[in-house]
Design a protein around this ligand. Sequence first.
Ligand code: F6P
Length: 359
Amino acid sequence: MRKIAVLTGGGDCPGLNAVIRAVAKSAHQYGLEVLGIRDGFRGAVEGDFMPLTLKEVSGILPRGGTILGTTNRDNPFAYETIVNGAAQILDRSGDVIRNLKEHDVDALLVIGGDGSLNIALKFAGLGLNVIGIPKTIDNDLMATDQTFGFQTAVDTATEALDRLHTTAESHHRVMVLEVMGRYAGWIALYAGVAGGADVILIPEIPYTLNRVAQAIQKRAKQGKKFSIIVVAEGAKPRGGEIVVERLVSGRFDPIKLGGIGAKIGNDLEEQYGLETRVTVLGHLQRGGSPNSYDRVLSSRYGVAAVDAALEEEFGIMVALRGRDIVRVPLNKAVDKLKQVLLIDPLLIAARNLGLEIGD
Ligand code: F6P
């Protein structure tokens, strides 16, 4: 083991730079050379590599984003390529393998969520020495207790709820905060509890608008003339559909969600006469400096991935189990999404706090 390469794939999240730094610093301790790959798998296909020495990673621990760049398009197994002036979708996985070989790379570290880790798994199947590192603010990867970036996103959403509280109270309004969470409602659930929301709506539990309205009306009867709803972007009404903003071709997941908050706001005003305002938190959740929890977790993941490379254990993802960082087979990491279950202890606690979950 002499040289490792690292890439960041999929949507960015707080802590990516902390992982990159940990990889470079830990590799340096063992005399390993590190290459960064620009813009995720695009750089792997195109051979767009850069050296990652201690100099490049100096000062990046608290910085948001990724110094390597990322993309949630560019799957090497179905890669848009211009041939004779026309765009074609080609399998370019061979280029990735050739580029890594040409640069004498012994192991590839993929920092990514569901989409990027699925690609990593395919490369592992082709014999590449791959190690995954679990990233996503959605925290929806099954094999790890926590992805890095999630806690910072929860902090951001919690602060937004705190701010919405004061204006909601002044104006006696209903405030809806739409947060990210495609198929899993972890951000909504944690931020909802931390930020004292009155209603939490998540993708796993279709909601009934009447339940939501009743919860607001009940509060009004108790003299509380404002209410706060936090809704995950992937939530949907019982018997209804998710709200799709648009389809984006070439992405790992072509569905761009957005609009459920506005729908709930309109429905509450039209059907129940409740004055409502809607805030979409969007990419504020993905940007900015990681909190201390995510800096520590990211650093531990980076170190653990280098350890795995040194021990030549490939086709795995580093994961958090309790307080330990463990190695799990990549196929176990991506075969199922981690969603909020009805028996989730925090969901039960939320109900016992009197929060309305909409079911
Ligand atoms: O997967 C993380 C995530 O933040 C989702 O919750 C969200 O739907 C998606 O990324 C948005 O991605 P983008 O706007 O970058 O395409």
